[in-house]
Ligand binder design. Structure first.
Ligand code: URP
Ligand code: ZN
Ligand code: ZN
Length: 480
């Protein structure tokens, strides 16, 4: 007879394809049986009236990412950030090993590994490429082989933007060395031009952040980077898509067979640019890039999720405090929007938000919920079939949900080190109550149950989604 370390009993197991009533048997950190009336486990978790879902994979979150050259710093450490992730039902994160112009890559990656050893859930890294000099490009092959299979590039931000030639250099290197590329796509020069005019006119309040970077600067950059990726036949994911126009660019590329993937985030589904216009400096809490848009854009994003054009919804968790000398107010309570740290926190709220606003409100079904929060990101970033679903042989990364539990969101109840949530006062129905990583209960009975350091690095091998198509737009194969 089979023996189990843990049995999750009596629940409804949900995956990206199926819903079934069965028990889950776990041994040595893995799922070893799915079936009815499994034998007693050493530990039993009663899942009666609960949903048993794959733990979330958050493929875009900024945790303890150094931010030099100013007072602003990440409030979350790996301990606090991954703890809050686990409370929100997330079991793996992919964060960003930093890079800065004029510096080598490797020391920053090594330092980031040291920091991440305090994680309580599993983690992997995208490598930020802020300065693709020949020396930096030479550093990449061993780093990629060590399991850092995704590179992050920015088309805006003074400190990290690449020009089109540099974008091509990174795409080419990725294709040659078997890495995937993720992109922050906005037209840098257009934003700078608009910002200078706004500043000259004295328009520096938080709401002008959205005016400085309207949807069309995103649409243009999305279009451009898709063209560059097509030129080199390199698969990419467009990060944090916010607007109908960018969804359309990605939809068109996908319809042509290109391996262009799209991601959006809860803030673009749940907040509009009106949040930037809250009284006093409150609007600063909602400053993120790309900027918040309109309710019509939100509808286009939900439609893009339902169509599969936007296959991943990640948090883009950016843990800057509102108060204090190192967060949104670092340059004062009336700082111009250009001085306000960009980003909103959301690791812990990503899944409950999507469950409540998505599944409970009928915008997506349970299978779509699991797909966009766990299965698709696991597949897109090479964590599948170890992570991202519930099947025999996979890591027992599982969140047990009470789908009827209703809570009013308030910052004080969250476990990140940030002093606010942009969704303060929002009522959400459906919350994870127990989170297991590799079969161990990381969060249960309202408490964290493991010590910092339980989380493990997830090196990634080449995987199907990153494979190029072998189709070039001209007769010339630049890689032959
Ligand atoms: O505003 C944002 N999204 N901050 C985090 C950094 C980034 O651009 O992804
Ligand atoms: Zn970004
Ligand atoms: Zn980000």
């Amino acid at each position: 007879m089979q023996s189990f370390d843990t049995v999750i009993r009596g629940g409804t197991v949900v995956t990206a394809t199926d819903t079934s009533r069965c028990d889950v048997g776990i041994r040595d950190g893995r799922i070893v049986a799915l079936g009815l009336d499994l034998p007693q486990g050493a530990r039993e978790i009663d899942a009666t009236n609960r949903l048993v879902m794959p733990g979330g994979v958050d493929s875009h979150c900024h945790i303890e990412q150094p931010k030099p050259g100013g007072p602003v710093k990440s409030a979350d450490t790996f301990e606090s950030g991954t703890t809050s992730a686990a409370f929100g039902g997330t079991t793996s994160v992919i964060c960003f090993a930093p890079h800065f112009k004029g510096t080598a890559l490797t020391p920053g990656v090594e330092d980031y590994h040291r920091r991440a050893r305090q994680a309580v859930i599993d983690y992997s890294f995208h490598l930020v490429i802020a300065d693709p000099t020949p020396d930096v490009l030479r550093e990449l092959p061993p780093l990629i082989k060590a399991g850092h299979r995704s590179l992050k590039l920015f088309m805006t931000y003074d400190a990290s933007r690449l020009n089109d030639r540099e974008v091509l250099d990174v795409l080419a290197l990725a294709r040659t060395e078997s890495a995937f590329v993720v992109v922050h796509a906005e037209n840098h020069d257009a934003i700078r031009w608009m910002t200078a005019r706004l500043e000259a006119a004295g328009h520096t309040a938080p709401r002008f952040h959205a005016v400085s970077k309207p949807a069309l600067v995103e649409r243009e950059a999305v279009h451009r980077v898709i063209a560059l990726a097509e030129l080199l036949d390199q698969p990419i994911q467009i990060f944090h898509v916010t607007c109908a126009e960018a969804v359309e660019e990605i939809r068109r590329a996908q319809a042509r067979g290109l391996k262009i993937f799209g991601e959006t985030c809860p803030q673009y589904l749940g907040l509009t640019a009106d949040a930037l216009d809250r009284p006093g400096f409150e609007g600063a809490k909602a400053i993120c890039s790309p900027a918040l848009r309109t309710t019509a854009d939100q509808e286009a994003l939900w439609q893009g999720i339902r169509d599969g054009v936007l296959g991943v919804v990640s948090s883009d968790h950016a843990p800057y405090r509102y108060a204090g000398p190192d967060g949104k107010q670092a340059y004062g309570m009336d700082a111009p929007f250009t001085k306000v740290a960009n980003g909103v926190p959301g690791l812990e709220t990503r899944l409950p938000f999507l469950f409540s606003e998505g599944v409970v409100k009928g915008r997506i079904d349970l299978q779509q919920f699991v797909a966009i929060t766990a299965t698709n990101p696991a597949k897109l970033f090479g964590l599948y079939p170890r992570k991202g679903s519930i099947a025999v042989g996979m890591d027992a990364d599982i969140a047990v949900w009470d789908p009827t539990l209703t809570r009013t969101l308030t910052a004080a109840d969250l476990h990140h080190a940030v002093d606010y949530t942009p969704y303060e006062g929002m009522e959400l129905t459906g919350w994870p109550v127990t989170t297991l990583v590799r079969g161990t209960v990381v969060v249960g009975e309202g408490k964290r149950q493991v010590e910092p350091g339980y989380g493990a690095f997830l090196p990634r091998e080449p995987y199907p989604a990153m494979q190029p198509r072998g189709v070039f737009p001209t007769e010339f194969n630049p890689f032959a």
